[in-house]
Design a protein around this ligand. Structure first.
Ligand SMILES: [Mn+2]
Length: 349
């Protein structure tokens, strides 16, 4: 966990900002981190980061566009050197909050970097949790909870949430079970799928979420959130179909290797759901997009296995958490990757 001093520093930066810009990872943990900070000071604009694996230079122009005076980067493990070089030129303060364990991490000296993985007791609470502990605005407890359970973490304030919103909860300490069996989990998916919509719709969603008074306002369909609900229905259907197909393909093998294509990447959500259904398997979801294949992998200690299997594949990247990893490679290397996986798996078990 971050120390009290670190949480205090985050809060101080936030209070100093007049017109902050919040870049956040394009998932519910990133989004909720942004909402927690934005709603605390009621200032600033949020920009989801869609470039992968790193936040690239393209995002720099948004700082000038909004005439921002403070830069926050939330839940994104990698930022390109050229982005930081440009920021240095205009001399703005950067606060980068993350919880991914990174080997060969590059953080320029003048960046205010916060990550509990670097502390003496190495932990990796979701970025939303860190932001909430820095601000502790009780009205936003529900937003904090959404960010946490979507990153598979049951926070110490879950009891408090259950008391306040018994009808949105699920009686379990397992964040995965809460996520898949409660209305608050549904809200997390409304956000997650909403982020996959067009820029216009995403901007409308952000505006709506910034001023939402309660979780019920999100669950209930209204003109303010109609696009969120449409996207949710559309993607839920897609995921359910793919899950059914994956179940039908399931066999005795330790690895469930599942490929799909299409116009929208839902790998992370799909991999989580398969991981929930098959907790003892290694889940590899492959999404074909252009000349690249993007991978979402889930399973115990999966990170080591994936990184080892990527070693001899040029142009491949990978990273994430011990039990949840994203990777990308050239499509023609998928077969080799699969062979590597099977070979390396023998040495792991
Ligand atoms: Mn996260």
């Amino acid at each position: 966990m971050l120390s009290k001093e670190e949480l205090k520093k985050i809060k101080e930066h936030l209070l100093k900002a007049q017109n902050p810009i919040f870049f956040f990872d394009n998932d519910p943990d990133g989004l909720c981190s942004f909402l927690i900070l934005q709603r605390y000071v009621n200032k600033g604009v949020g920009i989801p980061i869609r470039s992968f694996p790193e936040m690239n230079l393209d995002y720099f122009r948004r700082i000038e566009e909004f005439k921002s005076d403070y830069i926050f980067i939330l839940d994104k493990p990698l930022v390109s050197k050229s982005f930081f070089e440009e920021v240095k030129r205009i001399n703005l303060p950067v606060v980068w909050i993350d919880h991914h364990k990174m080997d060969n991490l590059f953080v320029p000296e003048d960046i205010n970097y916060f990550n509990p993985c670097l502390n003496e007791e190495k932990t990796n609470e979701p970025t939303t949790y860190l932001c909430y502990k820095a601000t502790e605005k009780k009205e936003d407890l529900w937003i904090a909870l959404i960010g946490c359970i979507s990153d598979r973490f049951t926070p110490d304030f879950y009891g408090e949430f259950v008391k306040k919103y018994p009808d949105l909860s699920f009686n379990s300490k397992d964040s995965f079970k809460i996520f898949y069996n409660s209305p608050i989990g549904t809200i997390s998916n409304l956000m997650s799928y909403g982020l996959k919509d067009s820029t216009t719709h995403v901007n409308k969603m952000l505006k709506f979420l910034i001023s939402a008074k309660s979780p019920y306002e999100i669950l209930e369909e209204s003109p303010k959130n109609i696009e969120m609900h449409l996207k949710f229905n559309q993607i839920s259907k897609k995921i359910n179909k793919l899950v059914e197909k994956a179940i039908s393909l399931n066999d005795q093998n330790k690895i469930l290797f599942f490929q799909y294509g299409g116009d929208i990447s839902i790998s992370s959500d799909l991999a989580n759901k398969l991981n929930y259904i098959f907790p003892n398997k290694i889940i590899i979801v492959v999404y074909f997009s252009g000349i690249k294949a993007n991978i979402s992998a889930r399973g115990k200690n999966i990170k080591k296995l994936i990184l080892k299997s990527l070693k001899d594949l040029p142009y491949s990247t990978g990273g994430g958490h011990e039990n949840a990893v994203g990777a990308s490679m050239r499509i023609e290397d998928i077969e080799k990757f699969r062979e590597n996986l099977l070979k390396n798996l023998e040495n792991f078990s």
